[in-house]
Design a protein around this ligand. Structure first.
Ligand SMILES: [Ca+2]
Ligand SMILES: [Ca+2]
Length: 266
């Protein structure tokens, strides 16, 4: 083949690749409304894991998962779960009822989100309304005009939050975030709600950037700076094998086959 023709084909291939990536990115941004920020996040911790997850843990949020972050249009755009045994939400996401949200926490509890804090990805359980007279109302739990909040299953006892917001909780945690991680989550602190799941591939990022303390189960395996359950590593390895090794091997096979037939002709 002439060099000129080869060059044209090479440039064409590159342009097609760029176009494909561009279309994918554009549709992810269109869906999530996050432009120019990343439409996805990599999950680092075990706080949303479910014990009974199947091999590979598809359908729950685990270390190394990538999830889409869909912008919200205010408070009513988040569906809360409500009580564990009597959920108020109809739709299920990631192994339980209600929406999972990604938000910037208020760790020092001054009523403002801490801009430099690592975002938290946890389930929205209920909305606490701080009334004008200082009492609290939580519809999901049947609490009305109470002087303080006590909900055993969330670990809240005589809780008196400084403002209205969402009570949030990791599915794998015993207590809600408002027991220590953050004050109730104001809608403006929410980056988005979690949608979809690309399992395992976030581990590639975590191998470089790390997720210390992200997972400490008995089947934990550390590769590079990432620590995750063994089955996730196996699934990542198999996926990479299918995506990279098999097509490459096929190309090499064809290359030698062609050379053989050329030799034969000579
Ligand atoms: Ca998962
Ligand atoms: Ca703060």
């Amino acid at each position: 083949m002439e060099i000129k023709k080869k060059t044209i084909l090479f440039i064409r291939d590159i342009l097609i690749s760029i176009a494909v990536v561009g279309v994918i990115l554009a549709s992810l941004w269109a869906y999530t409304g996050q432009f120019p920020n990343s439409p996805m996040v990599v999950v680092t911790s075990e706080s949303m894991m479910h014990e009974n997850a199947p091999f590979g843990k598809i359908g729950t949020i685990d270390p190394g998962d990538l999830v889409l972050v869909k912008s919200i249009n205010g408070k009513d755009d988040v569906e809360t779960r409500g009580p564990k045994d009597n959920p108020t939400a109809k739709h299920r996401t990631y192994g339980d009822y209600g929406d999972v949200i990604i938000y910037i926490p208020d760790k020092n509890k001054d009523g403002k989100r801490d801009r430099n804090a690592t975002p938290i990805i946890h389930r929205a359980i209920c909305w606490v309304e701080k009334n004008e007279d200082g009492t609290y109302t939580i519809k999901e739990y049947g609490i009305q005009n109470a002087t303080s909040i006590t909900i055993d299953e969330l670990g809240l006892h005589n809780y008196k939050p400084p403002h209205s917001g969402f009570i949030t909780k990791g599915d794998n945690n015993n207590e809600c975030d408002q027991c220590g991680l953050s004050t109730p989550v104001k809608p403006s602190w929410i980056i988005g709600k979690a949608r979809g799941e690309i399992p395992w591939f976030g581990l590639i990022k975590l191998m470089i950037f790390g997720n210390d303390g992200g997972y400490d189960g008995p089947d934990s395996v550390r590769i590079g700076r990432a620590v995750a359950p063994k089955d996730e590593w196996i699934c990542l390895g198999l996926s990479l094998f299918v995506i990279i090794v098999i097509p490459t091997a096929w190309d090499i096979y064809n290359f030698y086959k062609r050379r053989k037939s050329e030799e034969f002709r000579l």
